[in-house]
Design a protein around this ligand. Structure first.
Ligand code: PHB
Length: 390
């Protein structure tokens, strides 16, 4: 056998080492976390249909952080904010960049379900905890649950299901039309509703899934609803699409004869202000309302309104809770593995939405409320009618 020259061997080893670097770097990267500082990524839509949700998530996170001296887990937080945009084409690369380029120790945020699904693998491979503060894709804490992905918001199917039996009883078992944007969240929110609704004896008159993010004219869909003979409509829309849909529903003349039911995103925060009187009387199911009568919620609403001159939303609460769970879980932790172990030990979380805890699959176990849009002293609110069973 020919003897391998020492210089060649050293050169080959150097090339092999360089080739292996990115792989080792990503699989063992635990981000920037020292005994007194931690780098955290905030991935939120700053553009697109869901930009208003991004604003609320950022506000909720900052409210907690600033009330705690800019620290989480006794460490000064260096926050890197990245734009998720409307969907996965922009959101997935932005989320990957937070790990690879910014070297964050933890990331928080993510509004769109499709974006969140695309980030499961990179975050698990890098062993960087990802705290989802909105995206409801069922698989995130279901079929695709994983060690490093946790959620402080909801699973889409659960929110839809919360309204199933109630709407079935309200329409006296008449038919209901279903409508939502054509992507993961739309199908899952409607899917959860449909299962619970049909189990309670409800009948479906028809279903439509308009393209997500590009539909601004709902007239053809509203005409189909009118022709269907439906006694009511159940929908999921959020952000800018919620405002368009609710306004056009009223303008088209359906509101007085075919009541509109939905998951609560339809009438949250700045979206509700954009809809104005067109939203009056709409009943929705959700795990939060500013109207919850608890000491924790009163204090939260007062602090939020004082700072932002606008009411908080379910989106701000999920981000506020993401900050508080990290605050507790990061105390003493130096690695992503230690942070997720800490999340697993938290137990009850005292939140503006009420007390909740993480399930074994990292999803909130929480109560859902039946809400109705009412005019309260000149301002529109989601008044709470009662607790829903789901
Ligand atoms: C989602 O994509 O999972 C999603 C987006 C907006 C919402 C709720 C769920 O309001």
């Amino acid at each position: 056998m020919r003897r391998i020259n020492g210089r060649v061997l050293r050169a080959v080893s150097a090339i092999v080492a360089i080739a292996l670097l990115p792989a080792c770097g990503s699989s063992f990267n635990t981000g920037t976390i020292t005994s007194d500082s931690v780098k955290i990524g905030l991935l939120i839509p700053q553009s697109g249909v869901y930009a208003p949700l991004g604003t609320d998530i950022s506000r909720g996170f900052h409210l907690y952080l600033d009330a705690h001296g800019g620290q989480l887990g006794h460490r000064r937080v260096a926050l890197v904010t990245a734009d998720e945009g409307a969907g996965p084409d922009s959101g997935v690369p932005a989320g990957q960049k937070l790990i690879q380029q910014s070297q964050v120790a933890v990331a928080v945020g993510v509004v769109n379900s499709a974006t969140a699904l695309g980030l499961i693998q990179p975050y698990n491979e890098a062993k960087v905890p990802l705290i989802i503060a909105n995206a409801g894709a069922n698989a995130l804490t279901g079929a695709k649950r994983s060690a490093y992905v946790w959620r402080t918001s909801f699973a889409n199917g659960d929110v839809g299901a919360s309204m199933g039996a109630y709407v079935a009883s309200r329409v006296d078992f008449g038919q209901v039309y279903l409508i939502a944007p054509d992507y993961a969240a739309g199908h899952e929110q409607i899917g959860g509703f449909r299962e619970a609704f049909e189990a309670a004896g409800g009948k479906v008159a028809g279903a439509d899934y308009p393209p997500f993010g590009t539909t601004s004219n709902y007239q053809p869909y509203l005409a189909r609803i009118q022709r269907s003979g439906a006694r009511a409509v159940f929908c999921f829309f959020s952000g800018a699409e919620a405002v368009s849909f609710v306004k056009q529903y009223t303008e088209f003349g359906l509101a007085p004869t075919i009541p509109l039911y939905a998951t609560g995103y339809l009438t949250e925060g700045s979206v509700l202000r954009g809809e104005g009187a067109a939203a009056l009387g709409i009943q929705t199911g959700l795990h939060y309302s500013t109207e919850l009568d608890t000491a924790t919620n009163h204090a939260f609403v007062a602090a939020y309104v004082a700072r932002y001159h606008a009411p908080p939303t379910v989106f701000s609460v999920a981000a506020y809770d993401a900050a508080q769970v990290l605050d507790r879980a990061m105390a003493g932790a130096r690695t992503g593995a230690q942070i997720v172990a800490g999340l697993g030990r938290l137990g009850d979380i005292d939140s503006p939405r009420g007390t909740w805890h993480f399930s074994d699959t990292h999803n909130p176990v929480q109560r859902y409320y039946l809400r109705e849009v009412r005019d309260q002293g000149g301002g529109l609110v989601n008044a709470i009618l009662r607790t829903l069973s789901s």
